[in-house]
Design a protein around this ligand. Structure first.
Ligand SMILES: Nc1ncnc2c1ncn2[C@@H]1O[C@H](COP(=O)(O)OP(=O)(O)OP(=O)(O)O)[C@@H](O)[C@H]1O
Ligand SMILES: [Mg+2]
Length: 310
């Protein structure tokens, strides 16, 4: 049984006041996430990531299709205690401390009185916030607040955790911390479904990713499988500024630093590029294959569409 499953799940919004029209937030989506997976839900702004998460959380209602979490319909109240959710821009009461806030949420999610304090302590320890547990939230950094948000999502020991843009607004160190935390959740056997537009974070972490654009699914799979479909490139370092024009004509992206030129070109053009360098009397320094990244895949699949605003 998949942890999360959507069947033709769809949401359109009505916009406008005088002249109402429908806009698609999410086009019919069929997606299946296995238990224990870390699943990245990727897409540029307005792709429909938050819409999907809100639908799964039962915060908005689908205009079509259905979804099941842990085999239960999304409207099923039994399922709520088995899932955790970090919204995109969580709002916390500034003057509460992290442990006061979590006590409150523990109460809301039905953790019994006796269990509450140990659970709060455990969640704070897991996100590395034990020392700041008694600091008012308004005094915490953005990264620390995000950790409190994640502690809130895992407080009741859910089986599936949903995080909407958990890395957004964080510096590289903060992002790394959130990544490590997601890894910890995976190690504990939880299923993690998170949205992001920071592709490198997903690359480092996810078993599989889905790519969404304008409400539509454009690809699902393991990062290696998706990137394997993208054309491989090589990076050539050489001395010899004269060769730049001809290499650029072959489709290379060239950047010169002093005498040294760095050219990135499709692997299929590698031989032609080396011939050109020889003819021009350039001196080769190195040639290195460049692994295709999710970003390459993204740009290849979606780049033109994003630029054309379609
Ligand atoms: N309440 C709403 N009313 C009307 N349109 C909406 C509403 N919420 C979202 N939309 C539209 O639905 C589309 C998807 O929005 P959504 O917020 O799900 O995207 P997202 O992928 O989360 O984007 P971001 O990266 O900016 O958070 C957008 O075109 C958005 O304008
Ligand atoms: Mg969003």
């Amino acid at each position: 049984m998949p942890a999360i499953e959507t069947v033709q799940l769809e949401k359109s919004y009505t916009v406008g006041f005088w002249r109402k029209r429908r806009v698609a937030g999410l086009k019919p989506l069929n997606l299946s996430v296995e238990s224990g997976e870390v699943f990245g839900y990727l897409g540029p702004n307005g792709a429909g990531k938050t819409t999907t998460l809100k639908l799964l959380m039962g915060l908005i209602f689908p205009t079509g299709g259905s979804a099941r979490i842990l085999g239960m319909e999304i409207a099923d109240p039994r399922m709520k205690s088995l899932i955790g959710f970090l919204p995109e821009q969580p709002y916390f009461y500034d003057y509460l401390t992290a442990s006061e806030l979590l006590e409150y949420y523990a109460q809301l999610s039905g953790v019994s009185g006796r269990e509450r304090t140990p659970r709060v302590r455990q969640a704070l320890a897991l996100v590395g916030m034990t020392e700041s547990a008694r600091t008012q939230l308004r005094k915490l950094s953005k990264g620390m607040l995000q950790r409190v948000g994640i502690a809130q999502a895992i407080l009741h020991d859910p089986k599936v955790v949903f995080l909407d843009e958990p890395m957004s607004g964080l510096d590289p160190l903060g992002r790394r911390e959130v990544r490590d935390l997601i890894q910890t959740l995976k190690d504990e056997g939880k299923t993690v479904f998170f949205s992001t537009h920071i592709l490198s974070d997903a690359e480092a972490l996810c078993d599989r990713v889905a790519i969404l654009h304008k409400g539509e699914l454009h690809g699902v799979g393991a990062v290696e499988d998706l990137t394997a479909r993208t054309e491989s490139k090589v990076e050539i370092l050489f001395h010899g500024l004269e060769a730049i024009t001809l290499l650029s004509a072959l489709g290379a992206e060239c950047h010169a630093t002093g005498e040294t030129v760095r050219a990135v070109i499709a692997e299929s053009r590698q031989d032609a590029a080396l011939d050109t360098l020889r003819q021009q009397g350039a001196r080769l320094i190195s040639l290195t294959p460049v692994r295709a990244t999710l970003e390459d895949y993204f740009i290849e699949r979606l780049g033109e569409k994003v630029e054309a605003g379609r």
